[in-house]
Ligand binder design. Structure first.
Ligand SMILES: *Cc1c(COP(=O)(O)O)cnc(C)c1O
Length: 406
């Protein structure tokens, strides 16, 4: 019988993506970083990129930088993101704000398309900010919220959406990959079901972008938002992105009219007129500084390809489930993620009441997982920066700490 350590070593040897792991900044005291789904690691070239930006662009070009590329950066970076990670043709993606703010703008824009439709269908167990933003929109506009339940270890289905969406539905707002269970919702099928009812869709891609291939154009998605600091390794607070389908864009009006989203911002005109393109979703000055690190990860994803990234992601999460079956289940741990590889994103959630009390001990051992109350340990597996040996070492620590407690 081979040990899990031997198996992890063999998987690392066979892993075609293993060489790319050295592109990330190494941190010796971190034995296992299992939270790349909340905050990706920086690439090793990112410190130089940031220093170079401060010295050569901000420092040397000063205010001239706005005329020399910063003004176009939100859409230029958006186009790269669209090509490499979203399956989106140019001109439909803009980078700026946070996911929460862009979600607000996207949902308001979708609601405003048809004032006869007043219902918002969403997942009852979605990430808090998504629910809070929708609650605020309901209070502000009088829209009615229609929550969809999902099993603890699963996600919302297209059948549920088809049953819930009707002539009053304005927009269906869902996460592609559920932040807790990692369940994947079928974007194409749900989008088609919403369209069948005459409703729009707004997808939150925060937990999927950079972890698996997306095809927003082909799936006929209306609007989508997502964050760049998870699997896109943009760094804490790096700006979010918004996708709006080209043929809808001329009709989309977002609620925070500012000069950076206006047609001809430097004319300092009398009245607001939106930019003709996706830039209309900007409001104030976007963070050009915080937009820099994501370029390193986009370059790497372009080199590797998201199909290969997804293949490794499935293997990594499967490895965790194998260890769950072999050891953790017997210790009273419950699996709170789908077993079917095709329905599971790039993390695995394990539930046990003792996990919260174990976190300080895990951190002291250099093992950094993610924790979601009340009892969920999220094992986040960012495919390019995570090795099987690292996951194995992290799970060894979880098993040992749990044995002290049960
Ligand atoms: C991470 C995440 C966010 C983050 O929102 P911010 O505005 O960047 O804080 C939003 N929605 C989902 C589903 C997420 O996973």
């Amino acid at each position: 019988m081979t040990t899990t350590g031997e198996r992890a070593a063999a998987l690392d040897r066979e892993d075609p993506l293993m060489p790319f792991r050295s592109r990330f900044l190494a941190v010796p005291e971190v034995l296992a970083y299992l939270d790349g789904n909340s905050l990706g690691r920086p690439l090793d070239r990112t410190p130089d990129r940031m220093a170079g930006f401060v010295r050569d662009q901000w420092g040397a070009r000063l205010i001239r930088g706005w005329d020399e590329g910063w003004m176009e950066a939100p859409v230029r970076v958006g186009d790269e993101l669209g090509r490499i990670a979203l399956g989106a043709a140019p001109g439909q993606v803009v980078v700026g704000d946070s996911t929460s703010v862009l979600l607000y703008k996207a949902v308001r824009a979708a609601l405003a398309l048809d004032r006869g439709r007043t219902e918002i269908v969403f997942a009852a167990a979605d990430f808090p900010t998504d629910r809070f933003v929708l609650q605020g929109i309901a209070a502000e506009t009088g829209a009615v919220l229609v929550p969809l339940p999902a099993p603890h270890d699963g996600g919302v289905t297209s059948e549920q959406v088809a049953a819930a969406a009707g002539p009053r539905t304005a927009v269906v707002v869902l996460s592609h990959i559920a932040y807790r269970s990692a369940a994947i919702t079928d974007v194409r099928a749900v989008t088609a079901a919403a369209h069948e009812a005459g409703a729009m869709v707004v997808w939150d891609l925060s937990h999927s972008v950079g972890a698996l291939p997306l095809a927003l154009d082909a799936w006929r998605v209306d609007l989508a938002v997502g964050c760049t600091y998870k699997y896109l390794n943009g760094g804490p607070g790096s700006p979010a992105f918004l996708y709006a389908r080209a043929d809808l864009l001329p009709r989309l009006e977002q609620p925070i009219q500012g000069w950076m989203g206006a047609d001809r911002p430097f004319e300092m005109g009398e009245r607001y007129a939106p930019d003709a393109g996706v830039r209309r979703f900007l409001s104030g000055t976007p963070s050009i500084v915080a937009m820099q690190p994501v370029l390193d990860m986009l370059g790497l994803l372009d080199e590797v390809g998201l199909t290969a990234v997804r293949a490794k992601s499935e293997q990594l999460t499967r490895f965790v489930i194998e260890r769950f079956d072999a050891e953790l289940a017997a210790l009273g741990v419950r699996l709170a993620s789908p077993r079917d590889d095709r329905l599971r994103g790039s993390h695995v959630t394990l539930d046990h009441p003792a996990f919260e009390s174990m976190l300080p001990a895990l951190h002291r051992r250099g093992v950094i997982p993610d924790f979601r109350r009340p009892d969920g340990l999220r094992i986040g597996l960012s495919p390019l920066s995570t090795s099987f040996a690292e996951v194995d070492a992290g799970l060894d620590a979880v098993v040992e700490e749990l044995r002290f407690r049960v």
